[in-house]
Design a protein around this ligand. Structure first.
Ligand SMILES: N[C@@H](CCC(=O)N[C@@H](CS)C(=O)NCC(=O)O)C(=O)O
Length: 255
């Protein structure tokens, strides 16, 4: 909707067609917004994306996202044209509303246990960000904490005996943890010793990662580790290069 550019302070509220299509307020490098893109893509739900500059937020953002965060989705087909925030709430709403491609297990206990695992993944996320933002010297022990956190998921995948947490196809747990798993490929570029996952310790997760990269929903919003690292390195210097991909594409077109 915004041509891939992130709308900032002073920008006009985007004019949207009266087509009843969901609008997703996003930021290209936000892992939480990434979750919403994955669910929408996996379910084949059409949507318009409005990318937001989160350091210079447009004045109108809070009309759609009261806390000024992404993701937020606007639902023109629902009574009163409501918006939803919080990636997990958005994901669960979409799963309940669009049932053709179910992502959470139907069985309430299985669903609840998957939600527990999504919650437990948060500790992996916080350790990852310590390294992403500060490097391993700035966060001693963080790499060990990431591995310890991932042990739980390696064990879980092994005991399920299926290629994905969701079974033969990715399910909600797969998609909810993927944004950070995709970003873990940054470690190779952010750490001096070209970090790679231990193949013996994380054999199942490595196979899972290779399958996930080829999943159509993932492919639809995928960025490689080098690109994520480029954004993150700038962020370390307090530069938020939101339009990095837009400018890259423009440069490619003009040369
Ligand atoms: N718990 C929220 C987290 C969303 C979040 O923190 N998004 C960040 C971008 S990755 C954001 O909008 N930050 C802007 C701000 O906090 O002002 C979710 O799951 O959706």
């Amino acid at each position: 909707m915004s041509g891939g550019r992130h709308l900032a302070k002073g920008s006009q509220k985007p004019e949207l067609p009266d087509d009843g299509v969901i609008r997703l307020y996003s930021m290209r490098f936000c892992p939480y917004a990434h979750r919403a893109h994955l669910v929408l893509n996996a379910k084949g739900i059409p949507y318009h994306t409005i990318f937001i500059n989160l350091t210079e937020k447009p004045e109108w953002l809070t009309e759609f996202s009261p806390l000024g965060k992404v993701p937020a989705i606007q639902l023109p087909k629902e009574e009163g044209n409501p918006t939803l925030i919080e990636s997990l709430i958005i994901a669960e709403y979409l799963d309940e509303k669009y049932t053709e491609v179910p992502l959470f297990p139907k069985d309430p206990i299985k669903k609840a246990l998957d939600k527990v695992l999504i919650e437990r993944f948060n500790s992996v996320v916080s350790s990852m960000y310590k390294v992403f933002l500060g490097g391993s010297e700035a966060a001693p022990g963080a790499l060990t904490d990431i591995s310890k956190g991932l042990d739980v998921f390696e064990k879980e995948l092994s005991s399920r005996g299926t290629p994905y947490f969701g079974g033969e196809k990715p399910g909600m747990l797969d998609y909810m943890i993927w944004p950070w798993c995709e970003r873990s490929a940054m470690l190779k570029y952010l750490l001096p010793d070209k970090y790679e996952m231990d193949k013996d310790r994380f054999g199942k997760l490595i196979q899972w990662r290779d399958l996930m990269i080829n999943d159509p929903a993932v492919k639809g919003f995928y960025l490689d580790g080098e690109t994520h690292a480029k954004f993150m390195k700038a962020r370390r210097e307090n530069v938020h290069n939101y339009d990095m991909l837009v400018s890259d594409a423009k440069r490619q077109r003009t040369c």
